[in-house]
Design a protein around this ligand. Structure first.
Ligand code: ARG
Ligand code: ZN
Length: 896
């Protein structure tokens, strides 16, 4: 905890480290109350740096001994100021020996070395290694590590670290040891150890090259019936990276360990990935289809980091997206390839874009907006954001869109050829892409340096005489913190032209010779405004723009309702087909929201429904959705996405002033009226998409379940006997968690009796499954009739604790971020609750507290009454004592 003003770190201040490290030897005497760490660091002066001081970082450490080249350093030989230990004017070669003591059982931040359910774990990214020992804890210092672990053999039978196990044996007093050696140079943030009472599923696996490796998934006793999917996902990841990028596993052993207390999703420590249990443990009884898919994605993500992140790492934390954006792109492609079909790929793409729009677009328009490569930060842990990850992945995807798959691969190959074993920058990556393809990607750099979501305005003009279609694209980008004026981006815009029958037309730009391409072509928008002229266009087309969401921008086009329905029915690009439906629905939702507000203003609160019923006279949306719902040629997973209305958060982002209650009423109204209009079709879809037989999480079965369950959730809006009995039967008969949860959610949002019995039954059945109890909390926090009192009383439940991040997220975050109309209650009680929770978490886990603090990011966009209450809550947090750097940065920026 700090009391001084937190410092801002700037990218422009980057300086190479004075000393580099050859080898690190570490010895751990593991005890929960006090763990002794002896570290021996062989350092040498960096020829590329001017300074002669050795600079080490250390936090929350007791320094027991410090020796330089065999000589103990006295107090006057070094300076310890805050978290920085400086040894001035050191010799060119320095062997540092450091002894420190840490207190893992008191470490609630879950950074550094900590205890979870009696076992030891580490989390070192970004700056956790400095909580284990004093070290030049920065990613551009790469070294080889040897680690000796010593612990009580009964309590901690399993001792793991990075690399290969080279020795193990017994010690006096019931203790034992294990020695690990990592053959690869790595930055300290990739260090890891695990010690405890764990069991593993293991398998020998033959790589494509013929080399045999050992794969292990470590969990607590009793969880071995939940590791198969993670193991399968790991093997699929290994095979995929060879196939797609020619990248093979470089170690003889690869371990995944699951831990119940974890701040994030997972961590790519070299050879010893540590995972939140949420992204490892699965079987049909406890995990949903979405969980299965997430596990595959996260296992892939961490595995892919072995090359994009570990073999080639980041020079400094401003370059975080170099590894994260690229690795998210890789895991997205992996998941898409695992589905295998074109329609499956499209569904995955839509899912990913939904996340981007729902979370990243608001971030990019709010007080924490930052470029993909930030210029400054106060606390780096606050920059593990959707911008770094998801927008970063979009930026990488644009290279592939501009260069083609082959060209992208050439760029990747050159990147590894140039930089294997190095700590590099986003500019290095861009240079590899440009050089390998002999392309000028200078302007593309703005995707890294400018924040904010660009807007592209498209307009088309058809000249029947000349058979020319003129497409004008204009780009702008709103001001963001610290960036008033923006330069034009280099934007790939994939377009197609549909004829009256809905078929793709030939695409030839004026002045081009050769055969016409039919289908999609990528236009490159590089200026503020550009006009593209297509020739030989025989009839007035409907343009399909930004196919596949070829760039992370907001596209404005003036389509009529009829044109949108036409695109929804015919576009050969599945993304834009879905998008057309979403545009149609959004239009409707915004009109309804305005109508709710107007009715309220005129005092006709009770008449809102009547008002809405009166404006809901045209059935265009219902007709279009019915056609999609009943189109058997479409993937069920796609139909489910098409039927899902834009979320309340998405609608909010479209409004000048956010009125969460009006949005909620409008969206619920539309759901109910669609349910009424489509009742028979929904019932038919429900029946047709039951999946018989044993559960399998494959995409086709999951898609059918998704469609069936979205039908159920619409039908439940009608609150009639038939819908409720469907839900009841499903709850009783389901052989998997996906169907159980869907049924329970439908019941909870209805007027059915016996809700609390159903909830209690579910709790009793799954009491020993922490991940399912998380779902139980989330279900109630996001239920339609939940309010802050519901959540307060759940927070008093014996199973609730703020100390476990998954549990805190399941209740508190789910309510604050996932139940907008209840959270933004007019009395402001949601905000007081939020402030209390942020302050409580700040004391135990600043990183998780800072995440929750971001729930009020968009406060300036709300109605004046809500704004004022949100500001007060933010100020309450900002002025509370002992504020961590993490939370302070978030609330300071929000209030600025
Ligand atoms: N590198 C990890 C991943 O994306 C995330 C670790 C973030 N940890 C943190 N404390 N900020 O896979
Ligand atoms: Zn990552």
């Amino acid at each position: 905890m700090r009391t001084d003003t937190p410092q801002t770190i700037h990218r422009k201040d980057y300086a190479a480290p004075n000393y580099l490290v050859d080898t690190v030897e570490m010895g751990f005497d593991l005890e929960p109350a006090a763990t002794r760490v002896a570290t021996r660091i062989a350092m040498y002066r960096n020829p590329a740096a001017a300074g002669r001081d050795i600079v080490l970082f250390g936090e929350e450490l007791e320094l027991v001994a410090l020796r330089l080249n065999g000589k103990t350093l006295a107090k006057g030989d070094y300076r310890l100021a805050g978290h920085v230990l400086t040894i001035p004017a050191a010799p060119a070669k320095a062997v540092l020996e450091i002894e420190t003591v840490t207190h893992p059982d008191r470490n609630t931040s879950l950074m550094g070395l900590y205890v979870s359910n009696g076992n030891f774990f580490t989390q070192c990214e970004a700056e956790g290694f400095r909580k284990i020992t004093f070290f030049p804890d920065r990613p551009d210092v790469m070294a080889k590590y040897t680690v000796m672990l010593r612990a009580d053999k009964k309590k901690y039978p399993v001792l793991l670290s990075n690399g290969n196990l080279v020795e193990q044996g017994n010690l006096p007093d019931g203790r034992h040891y294990a020695k690990w050696e990592d053959p690869f140079k790595k930055p300290s943030y990739l260090f890891a150890l695990v010690a405890g009472d764990l069991v593993c599923q293991e398998e020998k696996y033959k790589l494509k090259s013929g080399r045999e490796v050992l794969l292990q998934v470590w969990v607590e006793e009793g969880n071995l019936d939940k590791t198969q999917h993670a193991m399968d996902s790991l093997k699929n990841s290994i095979a995929w990276d060879v196939d797609r990028f020619g990248l093979e596993l470089d170690l003889d052993r690869f371990m995944i360990v699951a831990v119940g207390d974890f701040n994030m999703g997972a961590m790519e420590n070299k050879g010893l990935n540590i995972f939140n249990t949420k992204y490892v443990l699965a079987n049909p009884r406890i995990a949903t289809d979405v969980d299965f898919a997430n596990i595959e994605a996260v296992v892939g993500h961490e595995y892919f980091h072995n090359w994009t992140g570990n073999r080639v790492t980041c020079r400094d934390w401003f370059q975080l997206s170099l590894k994260e954006g690229l690795t998210v792109f890789r895991d997205q492609e992996f998941s898409a390839d695992m589905i295998g079909t074109d329609s499956g790929r499209a569904v995955k793409r839509i899912d990913d874009v939904r996340v981007l729009r729902q979370a990243q677009f608001p971030e990019d328009a709010g007080p924490m907006a930052h470029p993909v490569r930030p210029d400054s930060y106060v606390e780096i842990n606050n920059f593990y954001t959707v911008t770094i990850y998801e927008k970063g992945a979009e930026v990488v995807r644009m290279y592939q869109t501009l260069l083609g798959r082959k060209g992208f691969r050439k760029g990747m190959d050159l990147y590894f050829k140039r930089h294997d074993g190095q700590a590099v920058t986003c500019d290095d990556f861009r240079a590899a892409m440009a050089d390998a393809n002999k392309r000028d990607l200078t302007q593309f750099e703005r995707w890294y340096s400018q924040s904010g979501t660009p807007q592209v305005d498209a307009s088309a003009r058809y000249d029947a005489k000349g058979k020319i279609l003129e497409l004008t694209l204009e780009q702008t980008c709103p001001a963001t913190p610290g960036q008033k004026k923006k330069q034009p981006f280099h934007i790939p815009v994939a377009v197609g032209l549909l004829d009256a029958k809905g078929r793709d037309m030939p695409l030839k730009l004026e002045g081009e010779s050769g055969a016409d391409a039919t289908g999609t072509r990528v236009l490159e928008l590089t200026k503020a405004r550009q006009t593209f002229r297509f020739t030989g266009v025989n009839e007035a087309p409907v343009p399909s723009i930004l196919r596949g969401f070829s760039a992370p921008v907001v596209l404005k086009v003036d389509y009529s309702d009829a044109e949108l329905a036409f695109l929804m029915a015919h576009d050969s690009d599945p993304f834009n087909r879905w998008e057309a439906g979403q545009r149609l629905a959004m239009r409707r939702l915004l009109n309804l929201t305005v109508a709710v507000q107007a009715a309220r203003q005129s005092g006709h609160v009770v008449a809102v429904d009547t008002v809405l019923n009166n404006i809901e006279h045209d059935g265009a949306l219902a007709d279009a959705l019915r056609a999609t719902l009943n189109d058997a040629s479409l993937d069920p997973a796609f139909r489910e996405l098409a039927l899902t209305l834009p979320s309340e958060t998405m609608i909010a982002e479209q409004m000048e002033v956010i009125d969460p209650h009006a949005i909620h009423i409008a969206r619920q109204f539309l759901r109910r009226s669609l349910a009424r209009a489509l009742r028979d079709d929904l019932l038919a879809a429900y029946r047709a998409n039951r999946v018989p037989g044993a559960y399998s999480p494959d995409a086709a079965s999951a898609g059918r379940r998704a469609l069936k369950n979205v039908a159920l959730s619409y039908l439940a809006e009608l609150d009639d006997a038939e819908a409720l009995s469907l839900a009841q039967c499903q709850d009783e008969e389901a052989n998997n968690m996906t169907d159980r949860l869907a049924a329970l959610a439908a019941l909870l949002n209805s007027t059915a009796s016996g809700k609390s019995e159903a909830l209690q039954g579910f709790y009793d059945e799954f009491e020993s499954e922490a991940l399912v109890i998380d779902k139980w909390f989330t279900l109630q926090a996001t239920a339609r009739d939940a309010d802050v009192n519901t959540v307060r009383s759940l927070a008093g439940h014996p199973a609730f604790t703020l100390k476990n991040p998954n549990r805190a997220r399941s209740l508190i975050f789910s309510f604050c971020n996932g139940n907008p109309s209840a959270f933004h209650a007019l009395d402001g009680n949601g905000y007081s609750f939020w402030a209390e929770q942020v302050i409580a978490l700040n004391g135990s886990n600043p990183q998780v507290a800072a995440r929750l603090a971001r729930s009020l990011d968009r406060w300036r966009k709300y109605t004046p009454a809500l704004q004022e209450k949100m500001r007060l809550a933010l100020q309450q947090v900002a002025s509370s004592p002992n504020l961590s750097r993490d939370v302070s940065e978030v609330v300071t920026k929000a209030l600025a």
